[in-house]
Design a protein around this ligand. Structure first.
Ligand code: AMP
Length: 555
């Protein structure tokens, strides 16, 4: 199949924002794709040549693309940059300059879907000396053979800007429509395989049955089960049923441990392979897991070596990013692995096994070692009082709260299900001043839409976040009208505002932050009300924020 057809499909997808239309365009297209072309087509419609389980990136910087376009079209890089500045889209730039060029020359080999797919994959695979030149030469070859519209979409694919609205949900529904299979099964299959190209092939060749039989595989990351938030213990029980499984909600980071014999691989919830960063977790998994072909789900938390005190996530995040001196940081920030679930034992998938049986299997297959490798602390209870005590105990240890899980529930990768819930303390709202804002976009262009909120530090105001949710259209209008007279500076779409208006703000959490002058940031700030009766001198001060932050950390 000619690549031109795929480029034309992209054009059509771009010309409509209607989900149903986009779905039906992709459905028809993949129906007509051959067995060999199906995988490349699905991945390229998603704007990639790699499936989501792969950490490989095409990774071409704008600068390289500009060079390639310049050299193919015979224009100077300066000229290309000038056009790029006007349109902001290198795809459109490639299309425009090649249109001019193609009128003058008569040639070109027709590009097939697999030509483009395989060549772009090569670009990412080059390593070492002379890599940039090799990459440019492949891009040039593709652009030279491309028609202007093909060049536009090849350029976007190479720099990673194809996806303008065609999300995974649309591709999922298109696969279901094209091959007459259940879209929920397509999604489940993707959550395990993380490769919509492969899922489409199975749907085409084996239908619903094939999708159902997709299995977890060792050493291939799968998505994790996620939780929904509840506000009270009563609500928790409503969701989980009684008795429920209650566990500490540790403030660390999620690690899926894959183990076969003494080979261990560690994946995060974003499917990243972090095996190299955590040699200690590899060692513990080998020592303390009895089974030889298994996948365990865990939360890894950092500890202070001297006191053994649990550290907040920010600390351990340094270990995730670290690429060098790993031995040193392992000593500086040792970790405890808290295993809370198991997805595979003896090579057998447990995704359909109820939680209460999985808990038994965890207990049978782990030898616990204090401060190194343990089973997450849990109670099974239907007693509100007991759960409250457990919740307080968990917070006092520096955890984020507790998890509540239905004991009969299965493990559905990738979903935020109602039978897994999290309970965190409600945070005391803060009174803050509005000290800046951004003009909105689209239908909100007339209004100030996103507000800088600040706390007090003596007589000064220090930013602690940006707030754009919790506001009705009425709120936006009202605030814009009231803040306008206090605008002191405008730069681009941003305005500085003299602190006059006090707002009561709710949020999920206080975090340390290098971005804002206060040194802190609110997670998910939300307007609760405008406090007209309050003067800015009554805005909460930094000391209060510090104390709430320490309290939240349970110290
Ligand atoms: P959230 O990130 O707020 O949606 O909460 C879900 C996250 O809590 C999971 O992805 C885990 O990283 C973490 N977590 C900590 N302790 C547990 C536990 N006992 N069970 C499940 N998840 C946990």
């Amino acid at each position: 199949m000619d690549y031109l057809k795929l480029a034309e499909l992209n054009e059509k997808l771009e010309s409509t924002s209607k989900r149903l239309e986009q779905t039906s365009l992709i459905t028809e297209f993949i129906k007509s794709a051959s067995k060999e072309n199906l995988r490349p087509v699905v991945l390229m419609v998603l704007g990639n040549v790699y499936p989501s389980y792969s950490r490989k990136k095409i990774g071409i910087a704008d600068k390289i693309m500009i060079k390639a376009i310049a050299s193919t079209s015979g224009r100077s890089e300066k000229e290309i940059v000038k056009i790029f500045k006007k349109t902001g889209d290198l795809g459109a730039v490639a299309e425009q300059v090649l249109k001019d060029k193609k009128q003058a020359t008569l040639f070109s080999k027709k590009l097939s879907i697999s030509d483009v797919f395989e060549d772009i994959k090569k670009i990412a695979d080059f390593e070492g000396k002379g890599t940039v030149d090799k990459k440019i030469s492949i891009i040039k070859k593709l652009l030279a053979n491309a028609s202007p519209v093909e060049a536009k979409h090849i350029a976007r694919l190479v720099i990673g800007t194809t996806r303008m609205g065609v999300g995974e949900g649309i591709v999922r529904d298109a696969i279901a429509g094209a091959f007459n299979v259940d879209s929920k099964k397509v999604e489940n299959a993707e959550n395990i395989l993380n490769d919509y190209g492969g899922v489409a092939e199975i749907a085409k060749l084996e239908g619903d049955k094939g999708l159902e039989s997709i299995k977890l595989e060792l050493f291939k990351p799968s998505k994790v089960l996620l939780a929904q938030r509840v506000e009270s213990i009563e609500e928790l029980f409503k969701r989980t049923g009684e008795p429920a499984d209650l566990e500490y909600k540790y403030d660390g980071f999620r690690v899926l441990i894959h183990k076969k014999g003494d080979k261990v691989k560690l994946f995060t919830r974003r499917l990243e392979d972090v095996t190299k960063q955590f040699p200690d977790v590899v060692e513990y998994s080998n020592k303390y897991i009895k089974d030889s072909r298994c996948i365990m789900d865990s939360e890894v938390i950092g500890i202070e070596p001297k006191t053994g005190r649990w550290l907040p996530f920010q600390k351990i995040s340094q270990r995730i990013k670290r690429k060098y001196d790993i031995k040193k940081i392992v000593k500086e920030i040792p970790v405890i692995v808290n295993v809370f679930d198991v997805l595979m034992i003896n090579g057998k998938s447990l995704l359909k096994t109820p939680l209460k049986e999985r808990i038994k299997l965890i207990e049978e297959n782990i030898t616990q070692e204090k401060n190194r490798f343990v089973i997450a602390k849990r109670i099974i209870s239907s007693d509100e009082k007991e759960v409250r005590k457990f919740f307080m105990e968990s917070l006092a240890l520096g955890n984020e709260g507790i998890m509540g899980k239905n004991l009969n529930s299965i493990y559905e990768p990738g979903l935020r299900v109602g039978y897994w819930v999290k309970l965190k303390p409600a945070m005391e709202p803060l009174d803050l001043a509005i000290t800046g804002a951004d003009w909105g976009k689209g239908k909100r262009a007339q209004w100030l839409a996103s507000f800088d909120i600040s706390c007090r530090k003596q007589d000064e105001f220090k930013r602690i976040g940006k707030m754009g949710t919790g506001l009705t259209d009425e709120n936006f209008k009202k605030l814009t009208k009231e803040l306008k007279p206090y605008i002191i500076r405008e730069k681009g779409t941003h305005v500085d505002i003299i602190p006059k208006i006090v707002v009561e703000v709710g949020y999920e959490e206080i975090q340390e932050s290098p971005t804002y002058e206060s040194g802190y940031a609110l997670r998910f700030p939300k307007l609760l009300q405008i406090r007209y009766e309050k003067d800015v001198s009554e805005v909460d001060d930094i000391e209060k924020i510090k104390s709430l932050y320490s309290h939240q950390r349970g110290k």
